[in-house]
Design a binder for this molecule. Structure first.
Ligand code: 7TS
Length: 413
């Protein structure tokens, strides 16, 4: 789709809300206000119907049969791969691997790098990572003797770029950072990060779990070696995600799991592996999930992902301005370049108490460390409240949220 055309279209929020059955319900007696989109987004009926139709009319195992249903299911699944390829502007469909999610994709790459690293090699991650972009690298370091280095952050929740430059060296084999922080919303300067890592010959993995739903991502323009995301944060189903990898890198990595579909020939003496992408897709995959993701990509492409981001940005500024008027909100993550995620605490109130009181008023936010304990340790807090917006959220919902926060604070103080 032409981005220039997309950029001028404003989201018709009331219209798109009609696509989301889950939004039209009361929770604890009040209309649901769903502000937990960074954890998982809701599903439009187009995605629900694509999955339901697949199970009703098209279900069969894929890549295996000559019968009509199997061919149909295979075609749908492979079409979905093509949709993701176009969505990310990846050069080839075989560079798109279906996984279980962001976590699955990162573990696949981390496992593959076991054969490529030696003791003393270095992996750089950042302070802003989700646990799923920390722990697999720690496990890789344990297996190989490689060393994990961490780009520090500042008070605003931005990476300290000069420190990244200092960490890079010929020992750096891999840099793994997120595009957008799930806990703070910080948008990281990944183009610069990638370019600079490449000067040292290091591969770069970008965790796009929080980015693909907010703005256009072009893996070729970025020159990312790996780019990963989860379908369920992009209005698609749970249990399915994507690993984009450059062909040259995917060819260097050994298979992650062994089983059906990932082989070319099997004898007891020797097995040869299938071509990409099948080499990394052992066993019967989440066929319905892949098809659902394809429908989700269609949905967001129709809206225009940059239009979506523009509305979410408007909501972000509207909410932050209103929250400031309360005078009791402490914000965590105040980066200049930021997605529609607000992490905060109310003076004198525990985040869980506030979260529970908001829930009593029908408002869903996340509380806790958001799987980013190092960030919480940096701020010396146990956790935050987090409101994260989607294109289906409204300013009226934010007004309700502000009133609910005031009420919660009155009750707790
Ligand atoms: N990376 C980032 C940046 C994330 O936000 C998440 C999930 C993951 C990785 C892991 O994704 P998964 O789909 O494999 O679980 N983030 C959140 C969150 O912020 N609240 O719940 C899940």
């Amino acid at each position: 789709m032409d981005l220039a055309i997309q950029a001028n279209q404003k989201i018709d929020v009331q219209k798109v809300r009609e696509d989301f059955p889950v939004l039209h319900q009361k929770v604890n007696g009040s209309p649901l206000v769903y502000f937990d989109n960074a954890a998982s987004t809701q599903k439009p009926k187009q995605v629900i119907e694509a999955i339901s139709n697949y199970y009703k009319y098209e279900h069969s195992n894929i890549h295996r049969g000559v019968h009509t249903l199997s061919l149909k299911a295979t075609e749908k699944y492979e079409n979905a791969r093509g949709k993701v390829q176009a969505f990310l502007n990846a050069p080839k469909p075989e560079e798109i691997i279906f996984t279980k999610g962001t976590t699955g994709s990162i573990n696949l790459v981390a496992n593959g790098f076991t054969t490529l690293l030696k003791p003393g090699d270095e992996i750089i991650i950042s302070y802003l990572e989700h646990h799923s972009n920390i722990v697999p690298w720690q496990m890789l370091c344990e297996r190989t003797g490689a060393i994990l280095k961490v780009i520090p952050m500042n008070e605003a929740g931005e990476l300290i770029y000069a420190e990244y430059e200092k960490l890079l060296s010929r020992k750096t084999k891999l840099v793994a950072v997120n595009h957008v922080s799930n806990a703070l919303g910080t948008i990281n300067p990944i183009q610069q990060i990638i370019n600079q890592a490449h000067q040292y010959g290091a591969a770069v993995l970008i965790d796009g779990a929080q980015s693909v739903s907010h703005f256009k991502v072009d893996v070729q323009a970025l020159n990312a070696d790996f780019y990963v995301f989860s379908a369920h944060k992009l209005y698609g189903p749970t249990g399915v995600g994507i690993l984009f990898g450059k062909e040259e890198w995917l060819n260097k990595l050994p298979p992650y799991q062994g089983g059906g579909d990932m082989i070319k020939t099997v004898t007891f003496e020797k097995t040869t592996y299938n071509e990409l992408p099948h080499k990394f897709e052992a066993g019967t995959p989440n066929i319905a999930g892949g098809i659902g993701l394809g429908a989700a990509v269609d949905y967001i492409e129709t809206l225009g992902v940059n239009n979506v981001g523009a509305w979410e940005d408007e909501l972000l500024h509207y909410a932050v301005d209103k929250m400031k008027t309360l005078g009791t909100v402490r914000f965590y993550g105040t980066a200049k370049n930021k997605a529609a995620v607000i992490s905060f605490l109310l003076d004198g109130c525990h985040p869980y108490d506030v979260g529970a009181l908001l829930d009593q008023q029908g408002i869903a936010v996340r509380t806790g460390h958001h799987c980013t304990q190092p960030i919480m340790d940096w701020y010396k807090i146990p956790g935050t409240l987090r409101a994260s917006f989607s294109f289906y959220n409204t300013k009226e919902e934010i007004d309700k949220f502000i009133i609910a926060l005031e009420r919660a604070q009155k009750m707790l103080l």
